[in-house]
Design a protein around this ligand. Structure first.
Ligand SMILES: *[C@@H]1O[C@H](CO)[C@@H](O)[C@H](O)[C@H]1NC(C)=O
Ligand SMILES: *[C@@H]1O[C@H](CO)[C@@H](O)[C@H](O)[C@H]1NC(C)=O
Length: 192
């Protein structure tokens, strides 16, 4: 009798212990408050990046291609509704053959009916020096005929973790016949 009792109580104890253990670890691993310093985030830096963006829509090898449009896009003088997928080279100088520092990969779409205003959703994937493999995510409004367009940088990866800031785009050259453009970018980001 005492043997059975002790067996029962130890298994009950084990059951409760297991329950306690699992509930403790599951609630503990979902979220934790960390010390930014201990996590390696020491000092926030402000970095300026300067490069040229090449959007080639008319060529044997376009870097931006239309992927969707509406039946009414043709009738819109702003191309309202067209969606483009881009893998545009980013170079150190306006010359397309100058050093490749990254690629702007993502979508731009005509989102305005009264002026040419693009919705830009792009990852700036860098390959230059220590920034190789790091990226910045840009999400903004690009009224391409304005002298300077400002678009938010909403995040980043690698060396640009926790990034936030803005990009200023200024058209360097635009061929109205082909639609090909070279755009100067100045990007300012806070990151660690
Ligand atoms: C737009 O116009 C072009 C040329 O007229 C035509 O080939 C194309 O199918 C049209 N696109 C749509 C979505 O209507
Ligand atoms: C960037 O990193 C990739 C992958 O790690 C590597 O293959 C490539 O050579 C690097 N490029 C430069 C320019 O350092």
């Amino acid at each position: 009798m005492p043997k059975t009792f002790s067996k029962l109580s130890s298994s009950t104890f084990f059951f409760h212990f297991t329950l306690l253990f699992f509930s403790a670890t599951s609630s503990g691993s979902f979220s934790n408050i960390l010390s930014p310093k201990k996590f390696g985030l020491k000092r926030e830096k402000l970095t300026h990046l300067h490069f040229y963006f090449h959007d080639i829509v008319s060529s044997r090898n376009p870097t931006a291609i239309p992927v969707a449009s509406s039946a009414s896009t043709n009738k819109s003088h702003t191309g309202f509704g067209v969606v483009m997928m881009a893998d545009d080279p980013l170079t150190a100088a306006p010359d397309p053959n100058s050093k490749l520092v990254g690629k702007a990969q993502g979508i731009y779409a005509s989102a305005a009916q009264d002026e040419v205003g693009l919705l830009m959703v792009m990852n700036l994937a860098f390959m230059e020096g220590k920034y190789n493999g790091s990226s910045l995510s840009l999400l903004g409004r690009n009224t391409v005929f304005s002298r300077v367009r400002e678009m938010p940088i909403v995040g980043g990866s690698g060396l640009f973790r926790f990034a936030r800031g803005y990009a200023q785009a200024k058209t360097q050259t635009l061929d109205l016949k082909t639609g090909n453009a070279v755009v100067e970018y100045n990007v300012y980001v806070f990151h660690y």
